[in-house]
Design a protein around this ligand. Structure first.
Ligand SMILES: Cc1cc2nc3c(=O)[nH]c(=O)nc-3n(C[C@H](O)[C@H](O)[C@H](O)COP(=O)(O)OP(=O)(O)OC[C@H]3O[C@@H](n4cnc5c(N)ncnc54)[C@H](O)[C@@H]3O)c2cc1C
Length: 461
């Protein structure tokens, strides 16, 4: 705890808010400060678990009065651990979980402490969904502000392409709306620019008819990976946008429900999501089955939230993670052969490569229409070294960095902000490319003193 803050001031803050104030020494401090990525171990001076917008404003005011660095936390899933800060103040939005589904207008108002699972649970009974990500434990706050890609990206675009309005607390403590009609520059910036511009307390999203989907994973032995990836690359070029799926190189988890003969085997996978008729999905699935029979085929009809949460148990909170993101368009023989070799050499069974196609609806929006620049790339790539053992930290980091450097010559030049670690200023140039200059000038307008700095930080112009 910063010794120069009088206890009376801290007590006054605790009394003034509706949420909770947590500090070192409190019983729940370790739980409250823990992040999804256990490689990041930060010890904030104060954690304000906010119940509403006025709590957020009070916490901002307190951090400024006492010169405490400020971190903002939604779901706490950020790989780089930007949801916390050593010796500073964390604004934890996770108690703010209200959701309102407007079936008439097909919109959903979501407070920013929600996880994807909570949103899917609210929208599914109405046969609706918001395009988000593929692990339902992720927080909507960080995901939506970074872009948000997942199973519905090819059909309906990124999460930001479905954002209609956001309520924001600005660095000066005032509130503002951001939409096409109010503060359009702020609205442009928060669609991909992360938490650089203010604290979003709620999002209004456009929802889409999504109910039963046809999907799930198909797995093949690693020997088939080059052919399967080549097939997938050709298929996804022209596939109808209702059909999506991501390609993975991975290890079959060593336990039930996976068949014993596959457990611990390195494999390739396509995880399908077809928001289409059963006939159409079956025709696609049959074509890949005939091309190469999968070693495991768990595709079928299922409620959309079942697919969204299907892999949550394989990657629980508390593992060590080191990530690198990239955008790639051309999967030539070398890229494919390197990918297979790298997964053979992966240091742990949890380490993985995912290729998310972003070539449908998201690619029809111009690169300067929102802060997300790389809309013409075919795939968002994520390479993640993952382990449950803290002592594996160095080997998973080295493997990820090495693989990223091998892929680099084939990269389109950037990476998705939400798949990056904390690697300094050069990172934001890579992420935002041609949009960085405009982002910097909007940052100067809304946060000239860079109060919101614990993120992939955009410097005020
Ligand atoms: C297992 C796993 C799977 C993932 N899958 C996907 C995926 O399918 N698609 C995808 O797009 N991404 C995916 N991600 C990446 C994910 O989008 C990022 O990790 C994102 O940062 C998580 O958001 P969060 O709110 O949980 O994180 P946090 O750590 O709480 O916050 C992340 C960043 O956003 C800022 N922030 C959060 N909420 C707000 C707010 N309301 N206002 C202002 N700033 C805020 C924080 O300050 C911080 O800088 C995945 C991550 C993990 C760990």
């Amino acid at each position: 705890m910063k010794s120069n803050i009088p206890t009376s001031k801290i007590e006054a803050l605790a009394k003034s808010i509706k949420g909770k104030l947590i500090k070192p020494g409190d019983n729940n401090y370790d739980e409250a400060r823990s992040l999804y990525n256990a490689m990041i171990d930060k010890r904030p001076a104060l954690i304000v678990q906010c119940a509403d917008t006025t709590d957020v404003q009070a916490a901002i005011q307190f951090s400024k009065e006492h010169q405490l660095r400020l971190a903002v936390r939604g779901g706490g899933h950020n790989g780089a651990g930007f949801g916390s800060v050593d010796d500073g103040l964390v604004i934890d939005l996770s108690p703010m979980k209200a959701i309102h589904v407007d079936t008439k207008n097909q919109t959903v108002l979501v407070q920013s402490g929600c996880t994807l699972a909570e949103i899917d649970k609210a929208t599914h009974p109405f046969g609706l969904a918001i395009p988000t990500g593929v692990f339902s434990t992720t927080g909507i706050g960080g995901l939506a502000l970074g872009g948000g890609l997942g199973y519905l990206t090819r059909q309906h675009g990124f999460t930001i392409d479905n954002l209609l309005e956001a309520s924001v607390v600005l660095a000066d403590g005032t509130t503002a709306k951001a939409s096409e009609f109010e503060n359009p520059d702020l609205f442009w910036a928060i669609r991909g620019g992360g938490g650089n511009f203010g604290i979003v307390t709620s999002f209004l999203f456009k929802a889409h008819p999504v109910s039963t989907i046809y999907g799930g994973p198909m797995l093949w032995p690693l020997e088939d990976a080059e052919q399967i990836l080549g097939w997938f690359d050709r298929f996804i070029d022209t596939a109808p946008t209702q059909l999506s799926g991501f390609f993975a190189l991975m290890t079959v988890p060593p336990g039930a429900p996976f068949p014993e003969d596959l457990q611990g085997k390195r494999v390739c996978a396509i995880v399908w999501c077809c928001n289409c008729s059963e006939e159409r999905a079956t025709a696609v699935f049959d074509s890949i089955r005939q091309y190469r029979k999968p070693a495991l085929d768990w595709t079928g009809p299922m409620p959309f939230p079942a697919l969204q949460g299907m892999f949550d148990p394989t990657l629980p909170k508390g593992l060590q993670w080191y990530w690198k993101g990239d955008f790639v368009t051309r999967l030539d023989n070398k890229v494919i052969a390197d990918a297979v070799q790298q997964i053979k050499d992966a240091p742990t069974w949890q380490s993985l490569l995912h290729l998310y196609p972003v070539n449908g609806r998201a690619a029809t929006i111009p690169p300067d229409a929102t802060a997300w620049h790389y809309r013409k790339s075919k795939y968002a790539v994520v390479i993640a070294g993952v382990s449950e053992k803290p002592e594996d930290k160095d080997i998973i980091t080295a493997w990820t960095k090495n693989y990223a450097s091998i892929l680099q010559p084939s990269s389109d030049g950037g990476g998705y902000v939400n798949f990056m670690m904390n690697e300094g200023n050069n990172t934001v140039e890579r992420i935002y490319a041609g949009n960085l200059k405009r982002l910097s000038s909007i940052k100067a307008k809304f946060d000239p003193a860079n109060l919101f700095s614990i993120n992939q930080n955009i410097q005020p112009a």
